[in-house]
Design a protein around this ligand. Structure first.
Ligand code: OKP
Ligand code: ZN
Length: 320
């Protein structure tokens, strides 16, 4: 399995999050991806490569020119080691900007696109170690630690080569991804996440949101309770996976969040690393070449183990 990594994610390192009027530590830290990379380096059969630079037109197919320029121009004016809370093109208060944010976020898109290209060329399993994450970013906005929608960029790239399914198993609903494909029937979006009436992103992720126009039926939201544990989670996960299998896609993109893990500091379905191993096996059984795109997961001490277990099980089952 090829894994794609680039160190420019280190340029995005906000100091704080504003929560309930107070400054708290920013959970979406550079160590998340460093830990995952270091752990995968020890796994047999994983080979690392760097992304390359893809044309900006692939970004503009999803994000407006106005939004992209705003991000580029605003970050240029930020002093080193300062956080700026933007007041335009933003969904919520959870997307601080630093001087390096644009560069890091743009490279995360290249990381996802490089993975999509390899999968389009015949690789059966690729892992894009994207950071910052992307699934909350929409056509015209950042939010929830996300700036550009990496998984959506990959899915949109792959949609030129066949039918694409996106399975989002991050704890949070991917409101940006949902929005970007809401009117389309060539990209299916299926997400399993915590109840948005009690959890971020609050605005979207309800089960009645099923797509629009010819996209109707090609968006499926599945809700599980916070801390629900293995049994209820797996029951719902299997319902979601059967939607994916029914669609019979040419390519599968997984928005891979590890924030369902039991010790996650901001989220958690009370899942164990054994649960992530079995989730990986079931996903590997989907009969489509698969791109894993990193989204959330904030228990830094566990991320190395979770990524290792997940990829080992994916690799074993994908080729058997
Ligand atoms: C990003 B991803 C917690 C408040 C909510 C925003 C969560 C963004 C999650 N202090 N913060 O989907 O993992
Ligand atoms: Zn999340």
């Amino acid at each position: 399995m090829i894994a794609i990594y680039d160190n420019s994610h280190l340029l995005h390192d906000p100091e704080y999050e504003i929560y309930d009027g107070a400054k708290i530590n920013y959970p979406e830290v550079p160590d998340r991806i460093e830990t995952i990379k270091n752990s995968l380096t020890q796994v047999d059969g994983v080979e690392f490569i760097s992304p390359k630079s893809f044309d900006d037109k692939l970004v503009f197919e999803l994000h407006s020119k106005q939004y992209v320029s705003y991000l580029k121009d605003t970050t240029k004016q930020i002093a080193p080691n300062r956080d700026l809370y933007p007041s335009n093109f933003i969904h919520d208060t959870y997307a601080p900007l630093t001087q390096g944010t644009f560069t890091a976020a743009r490279k995360a898109v290249d990381t996802a696109l490089r993975g999509a290209e390899l999968v389009a060329q015949g690789d059966s399993l690729v892992y894009s170690l994207c950071r910052p994450p992307g699934h909350h970013a929409g056509g015209n906005y950042m939010g929830g630690y996300c700036y550009f929608n990496n998984a959506a960029a990959a899915a949109n790239f792959l949609s030129k080569h066949g039918k694409v399914a996106i399975l989002d198993i991050d704890y949070h609903h991917g409101n940006g991804t949902q929005e970007l494909f809401y009117d389309r029937d060539d990209v299916l979006y299926v997400s399993v996440h915590a109840d948005p009436s009690l959890n971020y992103p609050y605005s979207h992720g309800f089960e009645h949101e099923r797509g629009r126009g010819k996209g109707l039926g090609y968006n499926q939201n599945f809700i599980v309770d916070k801390n629900c544990g293995t049994k209820p989670y797996m029951a719902t996960f299997h319902q979601a996976l059967s939607k994916i299998n029914e669609f019979n896609a040419d390519f599968l993109v997984v928005s891979l969040g590890f924030d369902g893990y039991r010790d996650d500091p901001i989220a958690g379905f009370n899942l164990s690393s054994e649960d992530y191993a079995s989730i990986a096996k079931y996903i590997a059984d989907v009969d489509s070449p698969t791109l894993l795109v990193q989204e959330g997961g904030y228990c830094v001490e566990a991320l190395g183990e979770l990524a290792r277990v997940f990829t080992k099980n994916m690799m074993q089952h994908k080729n058997s």
